[in-house]
Design a protein around this ligand. Structure first.
Ligand SMILES: *Cc1c(COP(=O)(O)O)cnc(C)c1O
Length: 451
């Protein structure tokens, strides 16, 4: 068989190019095959099937090329098939693909741990354990916190997303589609109000104080603070719709936890590894979490998750209590090491900030003349728009669906989000060119005009 390999990664022509109807004939063929082979509940946001991706574009099997404002849900931050990732992964697969770190250990695992220990906020003694996914890492953060404190309860927030395993699904706020028909849920998970500035009932100015008072009530009067192992929060909520808590709120929560010996966990699975213009979104709020959870952007598309944090907490789990057959797979570790190198060498933190400034400026301009665009928010290359019925704050999920369809058919891939399904979020790879970024924003501008 002689397969002609289409160019991929950074080699891919960095231009948008729509040459068939969307989806094209080959994508429709795959959709048919999929219908006969996959369960109905597995859905994809795009109707096109990928052939190659890199830089700021995704090419489908019909030869259409899309601008990528999704990065595979905040994963390919350094670009798809990024050159350094490809090189290191190729080298690694030729040396060995797997030995199981629990059986025969290897150096790349330790190197990733050293990097994360150094990069996460705080100068204290830290340790890192590796896993396969964000959900698995969050689950294990809870295990470490429980082992360390000897306490059962876990406090989470409204609008939170922490994963799809039993424990992390329980910790996730939104019923449909994440929890509906999958209960009963794990015990000892409690939920505090999240100060969602745009939607706080008594107004943005009071959101932080009122939410904090309710957190105090929940922890001190209802659960009992000596029963709480950990509190976990996304510094900017991801699936919840890129909600940015009011400045200072999370610091106050962290201090509250410290006073009660509650382990403060930052779920940086979506925000971490350069996405928001710092290595970690916690840094914008000067937070020093006890534990930081990462995954998504960590390994440039290879599956890898991590828990990094205080050595005394991480050392509390008993020998052999934590691990997994594939956890910290050497190929995924090699990819992560290439991601760290790429972010440093290509100054991608600065790039994330520049992308954010550009997006916020242009989207705010659109908002000033479009009553359906309720709010523009986010940080760095993690920006969203919330759509409402004009003149109200009534969520308009149908408008988001229409806008995202418009974008896809005009060659721009986006993702939806939000508790009410009325948020369109943008997570471009940091390797996207200024031209493609401008072109993508132009499609959005036209899409809003067409609403
Ligand atoms: C995606 C996500 C998870 C779950 O990660 P998976 O790799 O899908 O298991 C957990 N927390 C946050 C904040 C996420 O965005």
């Amino acid at each position: 068989m002689t397969a002609v390999q289409a160019p991929g990664g950074a080699e891919l022509d960095q231009v948008r190019h729509i040459r068939t109807e969307i989806p094209g004939p080959r994508s429709r063929e795959l959709a048919d095959r999929r219908g006969g082979a996959l369960p109905a509940g597995l859905v994809s946001s795009a109707q096109v099937y990928v052939r190659a991706a890199g830089g700021g574009v995704v090419e489908d099997v019909d030869g259409n090329r899309f601008i990528d404002f999704g990065s595979g849900i905040a994963v390919t931050t350094v670009g798809n098939a990024a050159p350094r990732v490809v090189a290191r992964v190729s080298e690694q697969v030729q040396a060995y693909t797997h030995t199981c770190f629990l059986a025969t250990p290897y150096e790349p695992y330790i190197a990733v741990a050293e990097e994360l220990n150094a990069l996460t906020p705080g100068q204290h003694e830290k340790r890192t354990a590796l896993f396969n996914t964000g959900s698995e890492a969050v689950e294990n953060a809870v295990k470490y916190a429980r082992a360390f404190t000897g306490r059962p309860a876990v406090v989470t927030f409204d609008h939170a997303f922490h994963g799809r395993t039993l424990m992390t699904m329980t910790m996730t706020a939104k019923n449909r589609p994440y929890k509906q028909s999958f209960g009963p849920f794990a015990p000892e998970v409690y939920r505090a109000p999240l100060p969602y500035p745009y939607r706080w009932p008594s107004g943005t100015a009071d959101a932080a104080d009122e939410a904090f008072a309710q957190l105090e009530l929940l922890v001190d009067s209802q659960i009992g603070s000596d029963a709480v192992a950990c509190l976990i929060v996304e510094p900017i909520l991801g699936e919840g719709g890129f909600i940015v808590p009011p400045p200072g709120f999370l610091r106050r929560v962290a201090e509250f936890c410290r006073e009660r010996a509650i382990v403060f966990v930052a779920d940086e699975v979506q925000t971490g590894i350069g996405r928001t213009g710092n290595w970690f979104a916690s840094e914008h709020e000067k937070l020093v979490p006890d534990l930081v959870v990462t995954a998504k952007g960590l390994a440039g598309g290879m599956p890898l998750g991590a828990v990094t944090g205080r050595a005394d907490i991480m050392d509390a789990a008993p020998p052999g209590g934590i691990g997994g057959t594939y956890s910290g797979n050497p190929v995924a570790c090699a990819a992560a090491l290439a991601v760290f190198d790429t972010i440093r060498a290509d100054e991608l933190l600065e790039r994330a900030r520049a992308i954010g400034t550009r997006m916020i400026t242009e989207l705010s301009e659109i908002a000033s003349s479009c009553a359906a665009l309720g709010e523009v928010r986010g940080r760095g290359a993690m920006i969203a728009v919330e759509l409402v019925a004009p003149g109200t704050k009534t969520p308009d999920a149908a408008a988001v669906a229409e806008l995202s369809r418009y974008c896809q058919s005009h060659g721009l891939l986006t993702l939806t989000a939000g508790t009410f399904g009325n948020v369109l979020r943008f997570l471009p790879p940091l390797t996207i060119s200024d031209d493609l970024l401008a072109e993508g924003l132009g499609i959005l501008r036209d899409g809003f005009a067409a609403l």
